[in-house]
Design a protein around this ligand. Structure first.
Ligand code: F6P
Length: 357
């Protein structure tokens, strides 16, 4: 669907968990909009701020010197009220009161669900995928993912020094919600013995045998990456089990929220700048409910409805009735996208196994 409303004033907000590169994307939105003579209203504290009408007009200069900054200058929140139909109606009413011709939302899957509801209330919305988890299936990459992984690599390299000195096994827990993307990529990059992720079954005795054999072959330190999606205390229990079965001193370290902060990497800055720019053009082109995505080397848009359906399919939440409403071509395309993502994860898992001795 397309709108022919002339875009003169837009809102922008950041919602959900912050991600390094959000500010770089905001800068791109601010700069592109001002070039196109569009006024930009920053909404503070995500959807909660929208409900309260907590706003700040963003001048050209508000985009200055933020490309390098972590966090979000608009602050963020997770709003429970906005998840209700009344909350959405109130949000749409506020957009009209603020005279917004469109809204750009930066966040993950939950943020887009909110924006989709707003779009259905007549507010043109465009989403920019920002989350360190990389768990937005319609895009190859999300803003913040690369920086978070670089943080993990930097910390893991340090931890390895002490692991080697003490001949220990160290279990590192990384973020990612239910997705193992951070764990699998970083495990390759730090030369981990193994990555344990929610996507695949794991045999801890196989790992124990591998560690025993590697130690016999002279290996001193072991790094095991576990994804937080496996549950609280999973890594602690695994460390205990390994120590008990191998007699190798084992320690647990949760990298936690450090992964969400810091100056964005080059790759995230480029992604954020291109996506921020594309989001403004999408509104100018009449998009009413779309998400900006990265596909191979290009930046494109997909319908928000498609993005949300794809998530439901990925999480096994799509009902048979919903599936039957999709055209065979769309269903095939969605299944292929998800299969390709899984194939890549399997490939990374294979690489980790092949490279650890
Ligand atoms: O989605 C980003 C993320 O950091 C996840 O990796 C993590 O599970 C979650 O947010 C933590 O959320 P909160 O900031 O609400 O504790």
């Amino acid at each position: 669907m397309r709108s022919d409303v002339k875009i003169k004033r837009i809102g922008v907000l950041t919602s959900g968990g912050d991600a390094p590169g959000m500010n770089a994307a905001l800068r791109a939105v601010i700069r592109t909009a001002h070039r196109k003579k569009i006024e930009v209203v920053g909404i503070l504290n995500g959807y909660s701020g929208l409900l309260e009408g907590n706003t700040k007009v963003l001048s050209k200069r508000d985009g200055s010197y933020i490309i390098n900054r972590g966090g979000t200058i608009l602050y963020t929140a997770r709003s429970e009220v906005f998840k209700t139909p009344e909350g959405v109606k109130q949000g749409a009413e506020m957009c009209r009161k603020l005279e917004l011709d469109g809204l750009i939302v930066l966040g993950g899957d939950g943020t887009f669900r909110g924006a989709y509801d707003l779009a259905n209330e007549g507010i043109p919305c465009v989403g920019i995928p920002c989350t360190i988890d990389n768990d937005v299936c319609c895009t190859d990459k999300t803003i913040g993912f690369d920086t978070a992984m670089n943080t993990v690599v930097e910390l893991a390299d340090k931890i390895r020094d002490t692991g080697e000195s003490h001949s220990r096994c160290i279990i590192i827990e990384v973020m990612g919600r239910k997705a193992g993307d951070i764990a699998l990529h970083t495990a390759v990059a730090i030369g981990a013995t193994c990555a344990v992720v929610p996507e695949y079954p794991f045999d801890r005795d196989e790992l124990v045998n591998k560690i025993i054999n590697s130690r016999a072959g002279g290996k001193k330190n072991f790094l095991i990456v576990v994804a937080e999606g496996l549950g609280k205390d999973y890594g602690i229990e695994l460390a205990k089990y390994i120590e008990e079965k191998t007699n190798i001193e084992s320690r647990f370290s949760c990298f936690g929220y450090t992964q969400r902060g810091g100056s964005p990497s080059l790759s995230d800055r480029v992604l954020a700048s291109t996506m921020g720019c594309a989001a403004v053009y999408a509104l100018l082109d009449g998009c009413v409910g779309d998400v900006v995505v990265s596909k191979g080397s290009s930046i494109e848009t997909v319908e928000m409805k498609y993005a949300i359906q794809l998530e439901r399919l990925a999480k096994g939440k799509m009902t048979e009735a919903e599936k039957s409403e999709l055209s065979p071509g769309t269903f095939y395309e969605m299944s292929k996208t998800l299969a390709d993502r899984m194939a890549y994860k399997s490939y990374l898992k294979g690489v980790i196994e092949k490279l650890s001795l």
